[in-house]
Ligand binder design. Sequence first.
Ligand SMILES: [Fe+2]
Length: 512
Amino acid sequence: MTGPRLNRRTFLQLSGVSSAALALGVTAPAQALAAAEADAGAVPDGVFGLGVASGDPGTGSVVLWTRLAPDPLAADGHGGMPPRPVPVRYEVATDEGFGTVVRRGAAVASPELAHSVHPQIDGLEPGREYFYRFHVGRQVSPTGRTKTLPADGDARFRFATASCQAWYHGHFTAYRHLVDEDLDAVVFLGDYIYEYAITSSNLWRAGASVTPEHAVEIQTLEQFRLRYSLFKSDPHLQAAHAKAPWIVTWDDHEVQNNYGADGSQYGVLPEHFVHLRAVGYRAFYENLPVSLSALPEGPDSRVYRSFGDGGLVRFHVLDTRQYRDPLPVDAADQNREDRSILGAAQEAWLYDGLAASPARWNVIANGVTVAPITTNRTDQWDGYPANRRRLLAAMERTSNPVVLTGDIHKHVAAELRPDPAAPAVGVELICTSIASDGDGAPTDAYTPDWVQHPYVKLYDGRRGYVLVTLTKDSMTSEFKIVPWVEADASAPLQTVARFTTPAGAPGLERLA
Ligand SMILES: [Fe+2]
């Protein structure tokens, strides 16, 4: 295993620089920048091979991201970069032609963080579109578009949700269509990568091939970095990042299938598993547009967070992996009152945040299914019924709560009710995968488990995304699919269902 325990202090020793923000790729004072530029020497061409991204939007701020990689698929996981820090300049403008630049700055891309930078841009105007790009020497990145959250309660806000992008199972056709939407944000709900070996038996993406270093289950930091590079080599994914700010959480495959806290279902001892978690979390930070607060300290990373202090929407982003109790050993254990999928600290944070939220819509970005489906699905909230009761009780006291979920590779729309006969306290919009499990079908072996419940209003097992539009009066949710992803990326987009949820009246009214 590579990748020593990383905390801010040891990181600064490793990188040999004195300023935390400089070393962590957030900002670089002019003097330090000049010194770094003098030392950087020549950087290979094509340094922006992984594209650009933005994320963690606030009403006045956004995080920008890029990771320098002139040879993204270099077998050693270093992306073709020399092992030295490289200064990166950035600019933010109100127009795509960069005629009105409102912010210029710089950050140092360090090999210790895979040459990623995460500059946070503050002091922006709410509900406004911005454009950004990076410079390394004379190389200029593609231009990204981003947007701050609205402060105005009368605004319209539209976002897409996505999850589960097993690159090897199919083309990212859904992203090809997603970039044509009029979007304020993208919410990603987990499984950005998968850790499995990629071999002829699971490589269903027609026309794709991989070199032998991808044919192993990933375990080292360099292998995780290479896996992110492989998935990010998809041009539609890069375009989706450049289209709008992303609000990202993780699920299990950013580390290992169905893990919980330090527990592996494959019998890896906790003292070994925490090392895997440390490198998985670190590679996640390096490759996604999340703010510095998510930088891991060893195997710990604070990913639960919230965005938005305006009148229309607040996002509450959950981590349903890092703090969960182990899978239950029996029914009595499963029904224990003190069982938690969020952990005590995150539960308190969430319930306080929901209660204090001034927003009309409270959107909860969540990894695994909340709605009761079957008690056998213990990896979902079904494995944590007491925690679900506490969540639904908090939702009952919240203004228009909406849960967004990924994980299951199916489109599902469900009303959330404290018990089956009670009125709904909120809705859950579960988005299918981008590519995981290949083409899929409208119905499959799991359909009966889901549609047996009167509160489940939609089930579809094909690939796609969900488009959500919020106004002060209502939420519209549109479930979009593409009929195939394995053969090529040419599939058309179809809408399989459209629902409206009036503000103040939780439930799903089917429009089409
Ligand atoms: Fe998945």
